[in-house]
Design a protein around this ligand. Structure first.
Ligand SMILES: [Fe+2]
Length: 487
């Protein structure tokens, strides 16, 4: 193994080591290093038909926060484990956001963070656009994106070096949410963005496969909303108006984004043609609740079928004994199950059903199949009694057989979102691998695990030993090898 930069055992900033905030300790603690390491040691054997990269984004705060740290606040850092010819390399790089640059110049934190008082005089946004949430491939580069809708930051797919803000052919006028969807058949990227205070509270848009914005329309919502995801089918896009949102007046006048479950309101999904005008959207009503992440959606005759992780009661479960941390810890204790919604475009009929009862989130199908029918998805199991967010098992769903298999991580190991990596030459939907990053809570060793998608219950067939600790983080994708090495 050759490593150009290595972590020291104490690889976190001193201010984080001194903190008692659980999201700055152990598997969550930020690292101060960017690492490049090639030809890593592997326990087991890496398949030679695993060709591409596991790429994951996550928070990694550089400067000591002025206020209580929230897990959502940290500067974006992208980690990649790159596989070819039965070998693996690792890279990690900060996303060089404008917010990080401003704070590097100032030598301190500028933005208040989620737990602080919103600073409407801060540059660009009352919170720092960290680009720390999602990462995906589009038009020759990776995009790092922020959950509250920010500027899309382009990264080199091999080196992860930041390539600046992506402007969609000079036509980008809005920010972009986390979780836009790329239709691999057309190359189009479908996105939304939000406004906290003024109509249009949502804007919907499409970027072509060669990076030009080709469509953008306002979406008429009753007020500010806080959707996190959207889905696509071959012909339609499905947007969220969910009854779990903040009060704009409280935010404006008191500086806090207080999110509340309005259980008297329905969940609404808006369906519009991919390039549809604003007035072509049709709204379908369902039981109240919230959805962070959808699995996928597709068309079946007149029906749109959509599977996702539904929270029937997204109320924040504060534990008074947790004091000032209670709000953050409670908000992050998600209770979600696999759910199916159906919308009939001919009759307006709706149907919904719970598909399983296990508490799962961070769900991914084969992302090459976004918009077309998928049978399988890969989720993270969240234990009911979790203190912080803990991914404790990988769960594979068969949506047709209505069955699941799981692999419980070894005690002490905490994993990350686990995308499907299609085997080179594969035809069948689950012919390939599932890849995740994991860190052991006592030793703080990190590894990248490769599992057979058809036999996840066997556990990893190969464990790549990483030379640096990878803090727990948010979203991951599988990037095909030709997009990294055959450009
Ligand atoms: Fe997300």
């Amino acid at each position: 193994m050759k490593t150009t930069r290595r972590d020291r055992p104490a690889d976190s900033p001193i201010w984080a080591l001194r903190s008692s905030n659980p999201y700055l300790q152990g598997v969550y603690a930020p690292t101060v290093h960017e690492t490049t390491a090639v030809e890593l040691e592997v326990a087991g054997e890496l398949p030679r038909d695993l060709y591409g990269a596991y790429v994951r984004n996550g928070p990694n705060p550089v400067f000591e926060p002025e206020n209580l740290y929230h897990w959502f606040d940290g500067d974006g850092m992208v980690h990649a484990v790159q596989f070819r010819d039965g070998r693996a390399d690792y890279r990690s790089r900060f996303v060089r956001t404008r917010g990080l640059a401003d704070e590097m110049t100032a030598g301190r934190a500028i933005w208040p963070g989620v737990m602080g008082h919103a600073d409407f005089d801060a540059p660009r946004h009352y919170l720092k656009d960290t680009a720390n949430t999602d990462v995906l491939y589009h038009n020759g580069r990776l995009l790092a994106l922020w959950y509250l809708c920010g500027e899309p930051y382009g990264l080199d797919p091999l080196t992860l070096d930041s390539r600046g803000i992506v402007d969609f052919g000079g036509a980008r006028t809005s920010t972009v949410s986390a979780h836009p969807k790329v239709d691999e058949r057309t190359g189009e990227l479908v996105y939304f963005t939000l406004d906290d205070f003024a109509a249009p509270f949502m804007t919907y848009g499409v970027v072509s496969g060669n990076g030009e914005k080709v469509h953008e329309v306002p979406i008429d919502l009753p007020g500010p909303r806080a959707p996190h995801d959207l889905t696509i089918t071959e012909n339609y896009s499905i947007l969220h108006d969910l009854p779990f949102f903040h009060d704009a007046d409280v935010l404006r006048h008191h500086g806090h984004r207080v999110t509340r479950f309005h259980r008297e309101l329905p969940s609404r999904f808006g369906v519009l043609p991919r390039l549809g005008a604003a007035d072509t959207i049709r709204w379908f009503e369902f039981a109240p609740g919230y959805v962070l992440h959808m699995v996928n959606a597709w068309e079946e005759d007149d029906w749109i079928v959509m599977d996702g992780c539904f929270q029937p009661d997204p109320s924040i479960r504060r534990n008074p004994s947790e004091g000032v941390l209670g709000s953050m810890l409670g908000y992050l204790r998600v209770h979600a199950h696999l759910h199916r919604w159906r919308m009939n475009l001919a009759t307006g009929e709706t149907r919904e059903e719970q598909l399983d009862d296990l508490n799962v989130e961070f769900c991914l199908p084969d992302t090459d199949r976004y918009g077309v029918k998928t049978r399988y998805s890969y989720h993270q199991y969240l234990p009911e009694d979790m203190y912080t967010v803990e991914f404790r098992a990988l769960v594979k769903y068969d949506h047709e057989a209505r069955s699941r298999t799981r692999y419980d991580y070894e005690p002490g190991w905490y994993a990350s979102e686990a995308p499907f990596a299609r085997r080179v030459g594969a035809v069948e939907e689950d012919d390939g691998y599932v890849v995740t990053l994991a860190t052991e809570a006592t030793s703080l060793r990190s590894e990248c695990w490769v599992l057979l998608a058809r036999e996840i219950e066997r556990g990893p067939i190969a464990r790549v030993k990483l030379p640096a600790r990878v803090p727990s983080g948010f979203h991951a994708k599988w990037i095909k090898g030709e997009r990294i090495w055959e450009r």
